[in-house]
Design a protein around this ligand. Structure first.
Ligand SMILES: O=c1ccn([C@H]2C[C@H](O)[C@@H](CO)O2)c(=O)[nH]1
Length: 164
């Protein structure tokens, strides 16, 4: 994982990965994705943690889908911004493949997706690009397979099914 300043180029992992995304977002798409994540954070329902998160995913068709975290009085049922974006995009727009995700927090340093969200993101794009932005100048540009190495995914189940 690399932390870079704004304006830096995205560094892809070394070749050899089967998980490389098929599409590279244009600068305009990145800008739109960042703005969508910032806008989504304003919808965060965070009466307990006061930690607002906004996420936006870019699908293979170029559509952007926002999400925010939604907490609950039971605490444990909080839904993270990344998963809100995915579930909403699936039911509303038949999400199939994620090319990139942007996570925004109104903090001085960037926040990267939690473990649960890494797993759920993996389902729709193991090689997706991940950008984490904040109100400071630092940002994280990485890929999901760096954040979730040796991931468990759909292939594990299909491999098991075909070997029995
Ligand atoms: O990647 C993350 C990490 C945390 N949260 C939310 C969950 C909870 O509402 C709050 C504090 O953990 O931040 C997200 O939305 N995404």
């Amino acid at each position: 994982m690399t932390a870079v300043k704004h304006g830096s180029k995205i560094t892809r992992p070394a070749s050899g990965s089967d998980n490389m995304p098929q599409h590279t977002p244009t600068p305009a798409q990145w800008a739109a994705l960042e703005q969508a994540a910032r806008d989504a954070a304003r919808r965060a329902y965070v009466p307990y943690s006061r930690f607002a998160v906004g996420a936006a995913i870019l699908d293979a068709q170029g559509q952007i889908h926002p999400g925010c975290n939604v907490e609950n009085a039971s605490y444990g049922l909080a839904n993270c911004a990344e998963r809100t974006a995915i579930y909403s995009a699936r039911v509303l727009h038949d999400l199939q493949e994620i090319v990139a995700v942007c996570v925004y927090t109104p903090t001085a340093t960037p926040t990267s997706p939690c473990g649960a969200c890494r797993q759920v993101l993996n389902e729709f794009g193991p090689g997706m690009l991940v950008r984490c932005i904040c109100d400071g100048s630092e940002r994280i540009d990485t890929t999901l397979d760096v954040l979730l190495p040796h991931a468990f995914g759909p292939k594990n189940l299909s491999d098991a099914a075909s070997s029995t």
